[in-house]
Design a binder for this molecule. Sequence first.
Ligand code: ASP
Length: 376
Amino acid sequence: MTVLRDTRIAAAALITLTALFAMFAAPATAQDKQPEPESEPKWSIAIHGGAGTIRREDTTPEQVAQYEAALQKALDEGAAILAEGGTSMDAIKAAIVLMEDEPLFNAGRGAVFTWEGENELDASIMDGRDRSAGAVAGVKSIKNPILLADEVRTDSPHVFLSGAGAEQFANEKGLETAPPEWFATEARRQSLERMKADALSALDVDLKFGTVGAVALDQDGNLAAGTSTGGMTGKRWGRIGDAPVIGAGTYADNRSCALSATGWGEYFIRVGVAHEICARLRMEVSGWTVYAPADEEIDLEAYAVNRAQDIADSVMAEVKELGGDGGIILVTHTGDALFSFNTAGMYRGRATSEGVNEVAIFGGEESEEASETPDH
Ligand code: ASP
């Protein structure tokens, strides 16, 4: 096994060295121009707009169409940036800003209400290149909290700011603000009233749909992840969920994956979902050849996507075992865009340089081709 592993690692190293040499070699002249490179640089993006008890029988065709259109708009915005060679960071910010501005989702405009009848917003963002990260919690007047989280990442010595201090920092940096009416929607106010009238738990899963997130790999191989939310309807005592917690709701590491989560935040924090999945994947990356069947030729990329899905599913099973629910979106450093959720549905979408472009809401909706292990 060790010999086999060493041989395969040596072979992989040789391939990498050859690729590096090809990258840095002098540019080809017209005469000695080489045939087309084997593969174009890859890009990949996945987005979500929350997970929960979303069933087709409870949803009108008009609602489905509205959500699908909103998801498609955000997906296309991010995908266009990546296709043109833009950064994963720019792609996820553009997609999330659109979803924050869209009242259908529980982030920015359309956020759920706290027990006191306010909208308190949380967001986080992470760059897989250097693992720089920024997060904000409990802000009330910043139009796009994801941009504030990014400002914390790039322009402060800190990772996590909250409440009035975060707002002060935002004002000093000149971030766009909005009045309470911008964030407040009638549908979310009714959810709060229903919750209070029915004496439902503040953690009722049906009252927190719509957290948004995006993860992406750009053509330079850099990963980025971001998440933005209003949290849970009727939250009190300054409750903060997983969305702004780096390692719980958001994580990105160029060595493994970029991930954004949605669901019952308390459980995602306890499991450390985002970091747990990326870390398990990172630890497997160097050992992939070890786990592959000894007598088979290994398609490393196909292997990678299967392992990433297995790891994500098993961490989500842990969340479920503890009593939590929700879902994640994930893009691997090899360019695969995956979902894993243990709820009836998750508003989601993915697009890749290999031609995948789809949005979905209910369970099991992905196209056959896109769900199949890619054949490289
Ligand atoms: N995870 C969010 C929170 O716990 C809510 C959600 O994703 O639906 O605040």
